[in-house]
Design a protein around this ligand. Structure first.
Ligand code: 26Q
Length: 809
């Protein structure tokens, strides 16, 4: 959106870039050019940041609150492509680089992925930052500045090996240190009683130092901020120890502080009970809330209006210490009465739940909690006492209610329940798809929903069309511009106008051509990274997400085995390339075994001349935002096959459909709303629904009966169990096949037949390209409501807007 107004900006950028590029004297490498462009773009971003802050401060209308989005994860990926597109600098940058013999794509490739997140929850937070900027919403994202982000995934002998992700090794040209924003965060120690006031005397302090990443809007000069906290020691080196030559002792305090910055816990939905993780959560919460209070005081001179002007959102329970910490700040440090402080907390705080899995609900051993955060534990007790008194009064007939909803789990080792804390404190609590929000109030939070029905609601997830269509798929974006204009870039609902374009043969041809080029791009990546050649005429079938049993990559693999066996028997099946990508949590053995099985199956298929023309299985290593940007636009088919009732929403499902892939999926998470938006006939829906899953489990599920009933399934499972894919070690997959035959907790065997039938429908449709393309258009045209702009607007309207005068929450 380069306009005449941008000429100054472009000239400034060019001058800055020339200055940066000239520094080495020698011709710049792609890496140097990347840093130079980032540094140059940063100057503009900083200016926009200052203007945005001034603008937000000056908003006197009180119509919007400043949003503080607290999240342990922000999976932002690379920034340069997004920044120069947003600032309208692609063209001058391309020209300048060409002058140095460099191309823009190779320069963009040189940037490290900022992988400060595990998966969906972290990527959602990154999409929200983009939408915050685009919507001009006064906001701060708050997170931690991990030295090592999500581990890099290597594959040795078909097995996942985790390698530290040293993403800041060459510095981070995007971050802006804010030495003026520093706060002390305490840990441990004891609580002193002075009359009716209590003071926490921590045993240890760390300093939280702010580093900002600036996220630009694409259609306005607005920017949003991601403030990442770094932990530093309060003091310096121990000079006395240093003088004695004891260097290790001299730096001990610095190093101890630094451990907090080291790693993002690579644990997707299983609970890692580590004291360092709790310390990280407390650090994020305390620094962010101190920053909020300080800013409010600086702007308004009083704590009055704190919650009328500020919203605090908890991205799952990881920052759920926030209500306790805000109570401590307001009551202990600023002298507010408990009731007044609690009203502020309740008015400010809201919470999003991202999982129904009971084992993933965060709890902390009381002992550990009390040792690290003694004052917060007292506050949790006080909140709990008042809450339970209310519960007992309101539900005298249900004697067990208090035990079930208590903030403290008293069964066995006593633990603090973070979700219970988040719910009691929040004025609004939401799930991330219609089904998930419904199940949330029927299952894990049924008691709380009885207590506070008005607090629970749904906000279906979305993804940013800037990164996931404009940047990842420029050819498709340009094609859509030609068909319906470029208004969709700001208002994704306009994609609905594409329905009319479905009948236009030129548009259909354009779609096919764009898809083919994106498939070629992926084929190149696969050739370069893993040395495999894939057939771009084959159907590209992609399942890309964290490896988890509930997501059922194993169902996909069993299907691939059955397909392989059918082809060997002579079935003339539609040629397919099946791509699987994703990381397994380092301690999740079953998930790692699934990765290994994928490699073993891929090898056997690849070495079998009878199948190689019709089937290929490719495991794409090191899945992350960067790989997704190539993988998503290249897919013909998107696999969204979780057991119904387990995937809270999914957001990959949205990215694939937006890029013109058809979905094969279960009636789960946001798949349901996508199917409803596009018409169920435009998605390959299969399998048990959530109620069917629950019924079957209640009836008593016997997976071996499913296997016996279906010879195709029996043969596929037998091949894996018999060591056909691991001839040197026939028992290698025993744990997997035993589970499938005996327990099959995620009902793969029950859904297998329906899945195979749906895959047959996929093959048949792919064989008639005209019909396939018609469905693709219907898919894209229906994706308007899955923009994160819509999602964020809903949060603003229902959660983050200031409460109306006179009404209460
Ligand atoms: C908890 C305790 C200790 C260490 C780590 C964790 C932890 C970390 C990450 C627990 C859960 C997560 C991540 C959860 C997640 O990504 N959930 C996904 O959120 C998406 C956005 O709402 C949904 O689309 C997905 O369905 C959901 O699985």
């Amino acid at each position: 959106m380069s306009t005449n107004d941008d000429t100054g900006l472009i000239a400034g950028f060019e001058a800055a870039l020339r200055r940066e590029l000239a520094q080495g004297g020698t011709p710049p490498t792609a890496a140097i050019a990347m840093r130079a462009a980032a540094t140059a773009a940063r100057e503009t971003l900083m200016a926009r940041w200052a203007a945005a802050q001034a603008h937000d401060r000056a908003r006197e209308d009180g119509a919007v609150r400043r949003v503080h989005y607290l999240s342990m994860e922000f999976l932002i990926g690379r920034s340069l492509g997004n920044a120069i597109a947003a600032l309208g600098l692609d063209r001058p940058l391309r020209a300048l680089l060409a002058g140095h013999g460099l191309s823009l794509p190779e320069v963009l490739e040189g940037e490290a992925d900022a992988a400060l997140g595990n998966g969906g929850l972290g990527r959602l937070a990154a999409c929200f930052l983009d939408s915050f900027a685009e919507l001009g919403l006064p906001s701060f994202g708050y997170g931690l500045r991990y030295r090592y982000g999500m581990f890099a995934q290597r594959v040795h002998d078909g097995q996942q090996v985790e390698v530290p992700d040293d993403w800041m090794r060459d510095g981070n040209p995007w971050e802006i240190a804010r030495p003026e924003a520093q706060y002390l965060v305490g840990f441990g120690g004891r609580v002193e009683v002075e009359g009716d006031r209590r003071r926490w005397l921590p045993a240890e302090y760390l300093v939280a130092c702010a580093h900002d990443l600036v996220v630009p809007a694409h259609h306005s000069p607005h920017v949003s901020t991601l403030r990442l906290w770094e932990a530093r020691a309060v003091g310096t080196i121990d000079f006395e120890a240093f003088r004695r030559g004891n260097h290790a002792d001299a730096g001990r305090a610095l190093e101890d502080a630094d451990t907090l910055n080291w790693v993002l816990y690579p644990d997707d939905s299983t609970h890692a009970g580590r004291v360092l993780r709790l310390k990280q959560e407390a650090f994020l919460v305390s620094a962010s809330l101190q920053d909020l209070v300080e800013r409010h005081l600086a702007e308004r001179g009083t704590l009055d209006g704190l919650s009328a002007r500020n919203a605090i959102h908890l991205n799952d329970t990881h920052p759920a210490l926030a209500p306790a910490e805000l109570m401590r700040l307001l009551v202990d440090e600023h002298g507010l009465a408990w009731e007044a402080a609690w009203a502020v907390v309740h008015d400010a705080v809201s919470y999003t739940n991202h999982t129904l899995m009971p084992e993933a609900l965060e709890t902390w051993p009381l002992q550990m909690f009390g040792e690290l955060l003694p004052r917060h534990l007292e506050i949790v007790y006080e909140i709990n006492a008042r809450f339970l008194a209310d519960v007992r009064q309101r539900f005298p007939e249900d004697a067990d209610m208090a035990r079930r909803v208590s903030l403290i789990d008293e069964d066995g080792e006593r633990r603090v329940r973070m979700a219970a804390l988040a719910i009691v404190a929040s004025h609004k609590i939401n799930g991330v798809s219609a089904l998930h929000s419904e199940l949330m109030v029927q299952t894990i939070f049924a008691d709380q929903a009885r207590l506070y029905p008005e607090r629970f609601h749904n906000v279906t997830n979305g993804v940013t069309p800037r990164r996931w269509l404009m940047q990842a798929n420029p050819e498709l974006a340009t094609l859509i511009d030609g068909a319906i204009g470029d208004g969709w870039r700001r208002d994704l609902d306009r994609l609905a106008a594409l329905r009319g374009a479905a009948a236009d043969p030129a548009f259909a041809d354009g779609l096919a051509a764009a898809k083919r080029r994106n498939k070629e791009r992926l084929a190149r990546l696969v050739r370069e990274r893993i040395g495999l050649v894939v057939d771009v005429d084959s159907l590209f079938d992609v399942q890309a997400k964290r490896i988890h049993e509930y997501k059922r990559q194993l169902l996909n693999l069993v299907q691939v085995v059955a397909r392989y066996q059918a082809i060997v028997d002579g079935a003339p099946l539609q040629p397919r390339t099946v791509f699987i990508a994703g990381k397994a949590a380092s301690a999740y053995h079953q998930a790692k075994l699934i990765i290994r099985l994928a490699h073993d199956i891929a090898r056997v298929i690849d070495n079998d001349p009878r199948s190689s023309a019709r089937l290929k299985l490719v495991f794409v290593p090191d899945y992350g935002v960067g790989i997704a940007e190539t993988l998503v636009p290249a897919a013909d088919l998107s696999e969204q096959i979780s057991t119904a009732g387990t995937e809270a929403s999914g957001t990959g499902n949205m990215k694939f459909a937006l890029n013109g892939a058809l979905t094969i999926g279960t009636w789960d998470g946001a798949n349901i709303e996508m199917a409803q938006a596009m018409g169920e006939d435009n998605m390959f829906v299969f399998g048990l629904r959530a109620d069917g899953v629950a019924e079957l489990k209640a009836r008593g599920y016997d997976p071996s009966a499913c296997i016996q009933r279906d010879p195709v399934l029996a043969r596929a499972v037998a091949a894996i169990a018999g060591g056909e894919f691991s001839p040197g070690e026939p028992q290698r997959y025993r744990r997997i096949t035993d589970e499938l035959q005996r327990r099959d907790g995620y009902l793969l065997m029950a859904d297998f037949g329906a899945y195979m039938q749906a895959q047959e429908r996929v093959d048949a449709l792919f064989g008639t390209p005209g019909d396939w393309t018609g469905r693709v258009v219907a898919n894209i045209a229906a994706m308007g409501e899955f923009s994160s702009d819509r999602t964020v607007r809903e949060y603003v309207a229902r959660v983050w807007r200031p409460v109306q005068a006179g009404s209460t929450r």
